[in-house]
Design a protein around this ligand. Structure first.
Ligand SMILES: O=c1ccn([C@@H]2O[C@H](COP(=O)(O)OP(=O)(O)O[C@H]3O[C@H](CO)[C@@H](O)[C@H](O)[C@H]3O)[C@@H](O)[C@H]2O)c(=O)[nH]1
Ligand SMILES: [Mn+2]
Length: 727
């Protein structure tokens, strides 16, 4: 039994081959394109004796170079894709399993309904793992009263829910109560089960009602504010049972509420800051060797994820260097039309499996089991001085002690000390001033791979975690603006992968990191150029691509078509449809023009000190489910995000029509064919924007006022463009 492996990695050989051949073919074409551009920039046309105008040619060439650079970097990271299988049945006995601390984060009870947050909490408590080894911490950045109240109620409900799940483990597939009750079909289980199920459902409804009532009451009376409150830590439920987690014969995981101190005078730190606090508080309470991190809406859909993760963490072959096991973020909010790429198909089905064949996937913010040592460092046998530890980790003796007795062991008991001393220590660890003059938060977590750690990606058929994804354009764009800002921020930092990576990780892994950290800017710059320069030139009758009859045209046609075809293949192979492909083409365009652009801009402004960090929470609910289910984009968003998009679409329409008229008159089809095709492609892809402006009458359409403003912008752009084009 001992010799059987707990997990296995399979290289996807055929996919690797296809990726390499595809890249090689395109590389040759790209080299020819560069040769063509360079020579035509410096050569005068022999026949007509005129030179192409310099500025547009240079701009479009620069855009092509940036675009191919980022594409290449991505393709290089795709050389060794693969997937994993695990064998949880081969895990050791429960007594030998290590402890796990679960961290859940919430920030605003108005945007993140408490009942839903509690569903996540309950689903984590109900995981298929020895309860005495499971410790669930909820970080509440709002410091509200409703959240601890909800947790006490959740604890009471869990006392019935956990035994119910255990008893009917083969029927209760998902242990998130809300998901379970809403997926319940009739004809499930026998009479006894139905009886018990009805009882438990009633209890759930009561729980929900109580929490919602409290919320309604609290909303009108609360005086606490999210940005100004003391640290509050409450161990839920175990007051009466100080020396045992057994309440009424039911074994329960530890449940702890943590609100870190917040003061207006103190700089805001977001989820990363909350993570640091949980790391410290949990260290003195349970100090489990492994940590699962979850967003408040990411409930545990499959109770087996912990055991799956342990197949990696306990595999002697990989475990010493293994920092974390990443699961994909999957969502329960996706409708028939996946308008906003809720599947996040490309990262989860292509990038992550590819990087798994290298040093491992990067850390996404949620759904991963990480080794505490990988975050805190390993000080056990290094004879490190206490004063040094205090300098780096702050003054808490209790916390320093926890660092030293990290034994990666099977520690299941938690600090049952419920004395005031421990309470005060935790309070101190959650204060705003604790990190002052220490190294907390100074180092970038995502550089784990550079410190010698590896990671793995685990993507079983059933979703292990399910959350809510944006279901309208506004949320999506805000989310992507925040992400792009974060990514480019990293790309511009002293840890920039291009500089920091090569000496520490392989070239291919450096490529993966480079892609992630630079793609916002490497997408938005070329997309802005491709959406304006060829079109403006087309309108003025300036040709930027070779004649359709020349050999050189083949290079461009090949690159364009292979780009589309490559993406189409990728979509189809990963289970998407032609519709998915169209949506993704469109979304890449929309995101590049707006979110990636604003995100990059914000990162650059932050870099030069013009802007402070902020965090806009993603909405967790439907604003207009109806539009979404009908497959219509919901264009209700700020003008800042909408106007560039609409302006560029209008610009494309004008240039396409004007250019077409000019070609018909001048008859220079051969010269203009490339630009005609490109404009046409953009118009077809952005049709929903035109539709949103001219055809739709519902509340999610593009308002006439926006269309008007955008027309003005388009005209201004047009005039400026014409002036620049003359040179
Ligand atoms: O000051 C803050 C802000 C956010 N959060 C929590 O962070 C999580 C993620 O926030 P959300 O608004 O849901 O953002 P998403 O875009 O859905 O989250 C994705 O992107 C984030 C980074 O931008 C990652 O941290 C997340 O794990 C990842 O799921 C939520 O649980 C929040 O409650 C905090 O605890 N404190
Ligand atoms: Mn979220």
């Amino acid at each position: 039994m001992d010799s059987l492996p707990l997990q296995r990695f399979h290289v996807h050989k055929s996919a690797a081959m296809v990726n390499i051949l595809y890249s090689l073919a395109r590389s040759i074409a790209i080299a020819s394109l560069i040769y063509y551009r360079v020579s035509s920039l410096f050569m005068t046309d022999q026949l007509t004796n005129d030179k192409p105008p310099l500025i547009p040619s240079l701009l479009i060439f620069a855009a092509e170079l940036v675009f191919f650079f980022i594409w290449h970097v991505k393709m290089l990271s795709w050389c060794r894709p693969g997937y994993r299988t695990v064998f949880p049945e081969r895990l050791p006995n429960d007594e030998k399993l290590p402890g796990i601390d679960v961290f859940i984060f919430t920030a605003d009870p108005n945007r993140e309904p408490t009942v839903d947050v509690m569903n996540t909490v309950i689903s984590a408590m109900a995981m298929d793992y020895p309860p005495e080894k499971l410790h669930v911490y909820l970080s509440d950045d709002a410091g509200s009263n409703i959240t601890p109240y909800g947790m006490r109620e959740a604890w009471l409900f869990a006392r019935s829910w956990l035994p119910f799940c255990k008893k009917y483990g083969n029927i209760v597939k998902t242990r998130c109560p809300k998901a379970f009750f809403s997926s319940l079909e009739s004809g499930y289980g026998d009479d006894e089960f139905i009886q018990e199920m009805k009882k438990i459902k009633a209890k759930y409804e009561e729980f929900k009602e109580r929490v919602n009532e409290y919320y309604a009451k609290e909303k009108s009376t609360s005086t606490r504010t999210a940005k100004d409150h003391p640290a509050t830590i409450e161990v839920i439920g175990d007051k009466s049972a100080t020396n045992s987690a057994v309440v009424n014969q039911v074994k329960m995981p530890l449940l702890v509420y943590v609100a870190r101190e917040k003061r207006p005078a103190h700089p805001q730190t977001f989820k990363a800051g909350a993570t640091n606090v949980l790391l410290r508080v949990s260290a003195v309470k349970s100090n489990s060797p492994y940590i699962l991190m979850l967003d408040c809406d990411m409930y545990c859909n499959d109770p087996a994820s912990a055991r799956r993760a342990m197949c990696f963490h306990l595999d002697p072959k990989i475990s010493p260097n293994l920092a974390f096991v990443q699961f994909p973020q999957r969502f329960h909010t996706i409708g028939k039309y996946d308008l906003y790429d809720g599947h996040m198909r490309n990262p989860h089905k292509v990038n992550y499996p590819s990087w798994d064949g290298l040093r491992g996937p990067l850390l996404s913010g949620t759904g991963f089991y990480i080794k505490r040592k990988a975050l805190m460092g390993n000080f056990k046998d290094q004879g490190i001085h206490l004063s040094e530890l205090k300098r780096d980790f702050g003054a808490s003796n209790e916390f320093i002690k926890s660092l030293l007795d990290h034994d990666n062991g099977h520690g299941s008991s938690y600090n049952e000390d419920s004395s005031d001393a421990l309470q005060q220590e935790m309070q101190l660890l959650a204060s705003t001033t604790y990190e002052k003059n220490t190294k907390w938060g100074g180092e970038a977590r995502f550089m784990l791979h550079c410190k010698g750690w590896v990671s793995v990606y685990c993507n079983p058929q059933t979703a292990q975690f399910l959350g809510s994804s944006p279901t309208n354009l506004n949320s999506l764009m805000i989310q992507w603006t925040r992400w792009s800002c974060g990514m480019l921020d990293f790309g511009l930092s002293r840890f920039s992968p291009l500089v920091y990576g090569p000496r520490r990780i392989s070239i291919l892994m450096t490529c993966a990191y480079t892609y992630v950290s630079l793609f916002p800017i490497c997408f938005c710059v070329p997309y802005w150029c491709f959406a304006t320069i060829p079109q403006l030139s087309f309108l003025s009758g300036i040709s930027l691509f070779p004649k359709v009859s020349s050999y050189a045209f083949i290079i461009f046609a090949f690159l364009f078509l292979s780009h589309l075809f490559g993406h189409l293949t990728e979509v189809l192979v990963t289970g998407g449809s032609i519709q998915t492909w169209i949506y993704e083409q469109r979304l890449t365009m929309i995101k590049s023009i707006t979110s990636l652009f604003y995100g990059s801009l914000e990162a650059i402004m932050k870099k030069i000190g013009l802007r402070e960090a902020n965090f806009a929470l993603t909405n967790k609910g439907f604003d207009s489910e109806q539009l979404y289910q009908m497959g219509l984009y919901d264009f209700r968003t700020s003008n800042m995000l909408l106007v560039p998009l609409v302006s560029l679409t209008i610009l494309n329409v004008i240039c396409f029509l004007g250019g077409l008229a000019r070609v018909i008159v001048a008859g220079n089809w051969e010269d203009m064919f490339g630009q005609l095709c490109l404009s046409f492609y953009i118009l077809v892809t952005s049709y929903p924007i035109i539709e949103g402006m001219l055809v739709r009458k519902d509340e999610g359409r593009i308002p006439p006022s926006v269309a008007l403003v955008s027309t003005w912008y388009a005209l201004i752009f047009l005039v400026i463009g014409q002036v620049i084009l003359m040179y």
